[in-house]
Design a protein around this ligand. Structure first.
Ligand code: ATP
Ligand code: MG
Length: 447
């Protein structure tokens, strides 16, 4: 195969004597910095524990997928596929690739490719970055993180309910309040076909009130009109034919069974017959968790059933249901509600003034760490050993509970001085390095 020539990358071969131009992050893509990153880690840990309790297993799929996966999976006439995907051609082989805008399609691809449903269903969860080319604003970024849970190969309404209970439990555990659960059913394809015809007739009769995008989408995918964010169209959308009125007994029974489980568990919800979600793959149950505290980016979590997607991506037909939440939005809501921030200070801060003592000191610190004590060693920009006074200042600023002083006197005696930085009443103690591990044990029992 002939290699296509690569576009030249503009890189200077010789370093310029001038100060290099400052490079900044891509618009809408954020660095997650300490101490904020501690909130992320705490959330991720909570999620992992939650998933274990509900027996969901972790899965990690590539960030880059074939573009066709999303076009086929999400639907050609959707905001994501029409406007929001980061798609590109592989420079070497011309493959059409896309940075994943969501992870359900990727999971389905992986499940089919590796035949994961060969002996029954699978409960899976993921966490990671997604990419959508949207207008950046509060709660809306171009790289953002999602946590998602998917139950594949199960048709029963108890799975829809299980997933909702799980999300509900997570909000409680995170200390988030005031999130409204909105429920709807999109019925089955046959029912949607009839609804579609009614929708087209309705919107055609009011064609003068449609914006340009809605006029274009009317015959391609009229359901998408219901998802329009144009405020001028909301009254029209409100009065449009409702999918619920086209659903038969079986679809209604599925929804009722989900709602009965929610009710038995005291999970409050409201019915929202306008809720359609942004992707085409959903059927039957759809839901969103919504807050009024994040401005217009109020949906923190959304999901539903997608019983036909696995087949669409080339697998043996199998039902599935899942949700995803936006990590940034959940963390922002926690901040707005002043949910407690996790502690990030080390337990101890080591002060050492003589570079020759570093091998001994580092060995001592390793012993502590192997017992689970978090220890920070003082360090300087130029590698020199700072004065005792300035090291104490750093120790204080670190938030550590103890300073471990390896000064000249201590080292001469084979000992270390432990000074409590937070509890004024605790006297400082000098310990023999030989008995060092015991001190770690007392610290552990207090922690
Ligand atoms: P919206 O209506 O706000 O655009 P969506 O329906 O496109 O959301 P989904 O595709 O259902 O969102 O994704 C699930 C969750 O991921 C959303 O509820 C939201 O919390 C989060 N999310 C989606 N897009 C973004 C984004 N661009 N930036 C940050 N979070 C996002
Ligand atoms: Mg969107």
């Amino acid at each position: 195969m002939a290699r296509r020539s690569l576009p030249k990358l503009s890189m200077n071969s010789t370093p310029s004597p001038r100060k290099a131009e400052r490079l900044v992050a891509v618009k809408g893509m954020n660095d997650i910095l300490p101490p904020d990153s501690a909130r992320w880690e705490a959330l991720e840990e909570r999620v992992r524990a939650l998933m274990r309790r509900y027996a969901y297993e972790n899965i990690r799929t590539p960030i880059v997928e074939p573009t066709a996966l999303f076009v086929r999976g999400l639907g050609e006439v959707t905001d994501i596929v029409e406007k929001e995907m980061y798609s590109f051609e592989d420079r070497l082989n011309g493959e059409h690739l896309t940075l994943r805008p969501e992870n359900t399609a990727g999971l389905v691809r992986a499940v089919v490719e590796h035949n994961l449903l060969y002996n029954g269903g699978k409960r899976l969860f993921y966490m990671g970055p997604m990419f959508r080319h949207e207008r950046p604003q509060r709660g809306r970024y171009r790289q953002f993180y999602q946590v998602g849970a998917e139950a594949m190969g199960f048709a029963g309404p108890e799975l829809d309910a299980e997933l909702i209970l799980m999300a509900h439990a997570l909000w409680i555990e995170l200390g988030i309040t005031g999130v409204e659960l909105q429920m709807n059913s999109l019925g089955q394809p046959e029912e949607r076909k009839q609804h579609r015809a009614a929708l087209i007739a309705y919107f055609e009769a009011h064609a003068d009130q449609l914006d340009a995008e809605s006029q274009r989408r009317l015959h391609l995918n009229p359901l998408r009109l219901l998802d329009s964010k144009n405020p001028q169209m909301q009254a029209l959308i409100e009065a449009a034919p409702r999918l619920m009125d086209f659903q038969g007994e079986k679809s209604k029974a599925h929804l009722d069974a989900v709602l009965a489980i929610l009710q038995a568990n005291g999970v409050p919800f409201v019915m929202n017959p306008r809720l359609v979600r942004g992707m085409d793959y959903y059927n039957l149950t759809v839901f969103e968790f919504v807050t009024t505290e994040l401005g217009s980016q109020g949906t923190i979590c959304g999901g539903g059933r997608y019983d036909y997607l696995i087949e669409e991506v080339g697998g043996k037909p199998a039902p599935a249901v899942g949700w995803a939440f936006g990590v940034e939005r959940v963390l922002e809501l926690m901040k707005a509600q002043e949910a407690s921030a996790p502690a990030i200070a080390p337990d101890a801060f080591a002060i050492v003034t003589d570079a020759a003592a570093l091998p001994t000191v580092c060995a001592c610190l390793e012993q502590l760490r192997s017992k689970g004590v978090a220890v920070q060693l003082h360090a300087s920009l130029d590698g020199s050993m700072a004065s005792m006074k300035s090291q104490f200042k750093r120790a204080d600023a670190s938030g550590a509970r103890y300073a471990l002083v390896f000064g000249p006197d201590e080292l001469a005696q084979g000992s270390v001085t432990v000074k409590a930085l937070r509890d004024a009443g605790v006297a400082q103690r000098t310990l023999a390095l030989a008995a060092w591990s015991d001190w770690a044990d007392t610290l552990q029992s207090k922690a």
